[in-house]
Write a protein that binds this ligand. Structure first.
Ligand SMILES: Nc1nc2c(ncn2[C@@H]2O[C@H](COP(=O)(O)OP(=O)(O)O)[C@@H](O)[C@H]2O)c(=O)[nH]1
Ligand SMILES: [Mg+2]
Length: 327
């Protein structure tokens, strides 16, 4: 594979080259990893950083429908939009990707959009690395808006929030006057809550839900990275394409305020520090799990500890020394 040629074609904005490069970074093969690193290195100085937007919400809330209509609105305004999906459950429910493709039919045919479904991979750490690398590739290819869609399960939201500039939570209208069982941590991460399906019979419920969340957000928190009138909750209808330009105006206003106050760059710097530390931890653990010599040593020391031939403490010190991480 000619990595230089691939890099050139990505810089030229070729979507097929971009898709191939993402397949390369998704591969676990050692030679592919080396090629992926070389590619990312070649593209490291590529101009143009995108606004990175995370989008989360439980299955069925309308994420794919929203991405389709929101994405179409943005490309209509001259933006180039990349959509990446993070779905830790997709290994099990392969069907969700098919569903997404049909719901994003217009966007997937739009020459100014690029859609990449979630790789069916299990370990969240691996997904995190691949998604971050995919974001870099999309930016190198000239996409100025990167949407990362994730389902509201497990740690995937935290992971997506740690790699985006804005984190949007999509909600459905609640049936009664009760707040939906949203985890507090997610409410604390959200920069903007969009209550979707504010149309037809659901409209009054959506408005009630919106006002409940707006109240809850005000009570819940005050963060330094928010302007005085944030966090906000607004109503949208992805299906009827209503409220989308309002939602975009709020996102832009928030990003602009953060840029002017230094919070935008500070957050990116903090994220870089976070992922650096994560990757080092991951690398150490990977060595423990995959390096045959280390595994053999682990097994041998484990057997000695079990047989009472050495103490837990002594075996631990020996193992950590072997890993180059002497206690
Ligand atoms: N009434 C209404 N239905 C919607 C809206 N957005 C999505 N839906 C419907 O909700 C269902 C789930 O949508 P989907 O985009 O697949 O949700 P996802 O699982 O979060 O990606 C589909 O039947 C959509 O047609 C909306 O704004 N209004
Ligand atoms: Mg979906």
């Amino acid at each position: 594979m000619d990595i230089e040629d691939l890099a050139t074609r990505i810089r030229a904005g070729e979507r097929r080259a971009l898709a191939r490069a993402i397949t390369l970074i998704e591969s676990g093969r050692a030679d592919h990893r080396a090629a992926a690193r070389a590619l990312l290195d070649l593209l490291a100085d590529a101009p143009g950083q995108a606004l990175r937007i995370g989008l989360s919400g439980t299955p069925g809330v309308g994420k794919s429908t929203f991405v389709e209509s929101f994405g179409m609105m943005l490309t209509g305004q001259g933006h180039k939009v990349a959509v990446l999906a993070v779905d830790p459950s997709s290994a099990r429910s392969g069907g969700s990707i098919l569903g997404d493709k049909t719901r994003m039919e217009r966007l997937s045919r739009d020459p100014d959009a690029f859609i990449r479904p979630s790789p069916s991979q299990s370990a969240l750490g691996g997904v995190a690395r691949r998604t971050r690398e995919a974001v870099s590739l999309c930016e190198a290819a000239g996409f100025d808006i990167v949407l990362i869609e994730t389902v509201g399960v497990g740690q995937s939201e935290t992971m997506v929030a740690e790699m985006t500039d804005l984190f949007i939570l999509l909600m459905a209208p609640a049936g009664g006057d009760e707040l939906q069982g949203v985890k507090r941590g997610i409410m604390e991460m959200a920069d903007l809550i969009l209550v979707n399906k504010a149309d037809g019979d659901l409209k009054p419920a959506a408005e009630r839900t919106r006002s409940d969340y707006a109240g809850a957000l005000r009570l819940l928190r005050r963060r330094p990275q928010d302007p005085p009138d944030f966090p906000k909750a607004i109503c949208v209808s992805a299906l009827q394409e209503a409220g989308l330009s309002d939602a975009w105006a709020e996102m832009q206003a928030l990003a602009q305020w953060r840029r002017e106050t230094g919070h935008f760059e500070a957050r990116r710097a903090e994220q870089a520090r976070y992922w650096f530390a994560e990757e080092v931890r991951r690398g150490l653990l990977a060595r423990l799990d995959h390096d045959p010599a280390m595994r053999a040593r682990m097994a041998a020391l484990g057997a000695q500890v079990a047989a009472g031939e050495t103490s837990v403490e002594r075996a631990t010190a020996e193992m950590l020394t072997a890993l180059g991480a002497a206690p």
